[in-house]
Structures are given as C-alpha cells and as structure tokens.
Write a protein that binds this ligand. Sequence first.
Ligand code: TTP
Ligand code: MG
Length: 553
Amino acid sequence: MNVDEYKDEHARTIIHIDIDCFYAQVEILKRPELKNVPLGIQQKNIVVTSNYIAREFGIRKCMLLTEAMQLCPNLVLVNGEDLNDYRTMSYKVTTLLQKYSEIVERLGLDENFVDVTKLVEQKLKNTDRSAGDPNQDVTNIVGSNDSYCQCGCEIRLKIGSLIADEMRRLIHNQLGLTSCAGIAHNKLLAKIVCSTHKPNQQSMLFPDSALELMLSLNNVESIPGIGRATSDILKSLGVRTVQDLQNAELSELHRLFEIDKAKFLQNLSFGIDNSPVKKSGKPLSLGLEDSCKLICAENEVKEKLGDLLKRLLLLVEADGRLPKTIKLTIRKFDKLTNTSRRETKQTNINPQFFTSGCVSQMNPNNIQKILMILMNMFRKLVRVHKPFHITLLGISLVKFNERPSFRNSIAPFLRKDIEVQSIISIENLNSNESSPESRTHSPSSCRESSDPECEPTPKRTKLSIFKRNFLEYDTCESPSKLRVQDLQLTSDSVQKVRCPSSIDESVFRELPLEMQQELWSEYKNSQIDYASCENKPKKIKSTNTILNYFVKQ
Ligand code: TTP
Ligand code: MG
C-alpha cells in the first residue's frame, strides 16, 4: 500500500470521550458523602451502574438488585429513574467539548465523539515536530506494534491525545467529572480503544495496531455497531469471533445481508470505519415516561401526568426551545388477554405557554391548561367510563420554535435607537438591572441566575422595556439620542391606525406607526383564541408574532 493511500485512511483525528460511571458521579456530586462508599444506581429492580468502589465487589452494569446485594451487602442504592439531572449534565459535557470542534456527536448520555482534525492541523502548523512526545505519561498507547505508518498520522494522533488530555481536565475542572478518552483515526477504533483503560485514563491507537486491537475483542458482538440481531444472523453462518468475520467470504455474508451491509460488517472487523462524526443538534423530542403499577382511575392518571409534566417542564427550560406539539403515550393492560399495548396521541400546543423561560415563573394557569389538554387526549385514548388499566404514562414534546429573540420581533424599532447610541449607554441607563438585551437574549443566564426577575414573561418584559426605553429616551439630553417622537411619523401626516381590541390603546399609541400597522394586520389575520388552541389548531398561523407581546393579560 503506498503512502498516499494510508494518508487518506488516517487523515482524521477522532477523540471519543466516555464519562466514568456517569449516573453514579452525578449522584456523588449532589451528595459528596457517597463518594467513598460502594454506590449503586437503581432503576426498578436493576442496578444500572455503580461507582468503581462497588465494581470491586463484582457489581456489573444492569445487574439484578438481588444479585448485587448478595455480592455487596453494604451497597448504597440511589434511585436513578429521573434522568433530568443526568441529561442536564450530559449537555454540559457536550457544550464544553464544542469548544474544541464544531463537529461533536453525542452517543447516549455520556459519550461524545469529537472530530479534532482541523484543530490538529492548526496545532501542527505551530508545533515543533521534533518536540518529542509531551504526553507520554498521560496516554496509554495500545498495541505492541512499534513500526509506524509514514503518512503523518503518528504526530497527528499525539497532538490529538494532548487535546484529549485538555478536554478531560476541562470537564473535571468545570463539572467535577472524571472521564476516559480514546484517540484514533476513526470512530470505531477511538471508541474501542477508549474502553481499554478505565477509569479516568486515556488511550491512543496508532493505525498499525488496529488489527491487533480488533482481534483482542471476545466476539463480534463486542464490536460497536454490531448488535444482538446482527450477531445472531452472523452466528447462523458460523461467524462468532472477529477473526471469523475477517475470514468470512463476502458472498456468504451477502446471502444474509445487503451487499453494503456485508462490506460494512467485514470492514468493521478489520477496524475500518469511514463514517463521519455527525454534528449532533438538539434532540428531536423531549419526553419522559414512567411505568407504574396498575392505574385504574382518572384522578390517578391526572396526578401522575401532573408529576411528569413538572419534570418535563424542567427539560423544556434547560433546552430553551418552545414546543409546538405534545404527545401522550399510554400502555394499556388487558386483563382478559394478559397483554399490554402502547398507544399514543398528539396535538398542537401553544408555544406561548412556555415563554416564561423559567419553570418557577410559569403561569400556573398555563400548566393547568397543558394538563387539561393531556387529559383530553387521555379520554380519547381510553373509555374512562369503563374499567381501564394503565401501566405506563409518558409525555413528550416534539416540533419546536426557537425562543423568540428581542431582535427578531420588536428590535427593528429599537434598532433605530441603537444606531444613534451605543448599547453600553443603553445599559448604563438601566444600571440597576441587567440590560434588556441580556435578559431577552440569554435564557441560559436566567437558568443560572437566582434573580427571579431575570426573564419575566415576554408580555411584561417587552412592554416594560419599551416603556423604560421610551421614557429614558424622552428625557435624555444627548443630541445624538432620538426621542420617541422622532422615531414616529407625525400623527398629522398619516392616517390613524385602528387599535386591536386586545391591546391597551395607550400603549398602542406609543408605538411607531409601522409597528401599529403590523399589530393591526396581525390582529386581523389571527384572531386566535389561545386558550382553546387544542380544538382549533389549524387556525394558528403564526403564534410567534409581535401581537402576542401586546395583548392584554
Ligand atoms: P456507560 O457509559 O455504559 O456506563 P458508566 O458511565 O456508568 O460506566 P463506565 O465507567 O463504564 O463508562 O453508560 C452511561 C450511563 O447510562 C450509566 O451511568 C447508566 C446508564 N445506563 C443505563 O441506564 N442502562 C444501561 O444498560 C447502561 C449500560 C447504562
Ligand atoms: Mg460511561
């Protein structure tokens, strides 16, 4: 194989990061006294994970509780059924890793692939290649091969492992979590090599050791990307070990798999994986579900959904987007046939319900309205006047609007002010408070702030900002600052715009003409009854309009 060919294959530098005993570490951060005891995280009758102290007693992931308690009678158990804190922490880790590359792919809650090829190239330009191996001490080099490929991958991977070290330190310093990293030229190898030294370590693989690493795996099922179903099919062909898969005839594999899949599987067995790291976006849905003992009464359903909803709203807050569709999932248990069946129903929901940003500030009426919508859906799925048995309830939110930003709505008007006055001076005018910009543009600061005023409902925020700015501009002395009157066309020169009945006329008249016109035309077009939006979803053309900020409470 010539050097150029290698160069193509080994051109990338991929880092795989896996947080150590993730759920257990999150619980220990909440309760530091758990740090030095054997700790198991329980979901139903299973210990889904445990800290490394517990693992010394033989506790393994997904072990039955009874078995775990036999192995380690002093095992301290914490319930891990509420994933909220794990999810929040998970996104914090991903956000930190995005500082190194925009190409970060999440895998589950505690793993991330980061393609650092670009960063490595940049660092290479500034690095003295003869500088040796600065991170020898912190990186385990996996494989016994000491003849290295000449394409330059060796130095790239070494730089990659320096970056991985920095990432892990950052995660530890900022979030208090230890992690493992794997550094290799593709995702498959980065993930496998990551797991070779645990916990709190990092490992690197040079391409020439790829075969050795693959052959060290016990069976084909240990190859990431080969699940139970595929391995069962492979078994039917007598393919059990990685070597069996390497030696299998492609035509044989093709008998049971599409040709592309057959090639893909065989490539994996040689450590070849050309799949790109795919940039993860926000999740397509936010949801929670809870299995439960038989629920047979409507009020129990309502109570359970209320609990789920409260937890879900925290996820919405952390996510920052405004949901447009709500979905209810139930599992019905049929006592006659002794079988269960999942059913779902979804409906549109008014994104304005969620605009407060902080759950603690959410209008309780809105929470009640969402609960009513859920109960209506429930009644459509279940004949409540007849006996019913529910064993699972779930709520999820799908389809989202981005949170409306100040700039996208009323800013065209304010921008006129900003053009003639620096933003700093606007902030100075409000020096006792955070600036309107920072309030409306940064829901995350709200989440981290204890200031209950940090993101009031847009109706209040925007009106108060408007009023405040108007008043302040009115009284400002600098000739460079326009006054409200300057921003409006003179009332004689234009026809008076009608004021929508839902808006306070005194506020309306303070607005510039173009905005008055916009509000009037939106009012005419919409006529939305938000409270009953569930029944009239088709009428909602655009819920994210400036009109929403001016309607009377
Ligand atoms: P893992 O990364 O597999 O496990 P871990 O982080 O606990 O331990 P390790 O140090 O070996 O990386 O999974 C991440 C979390 O996902 C884990 O903390 C608990 C949860 N989990 C489940 O809920 N079900 C499962 O079957 C597994 C394997 C994990
Ligand atoms: Mg982990």
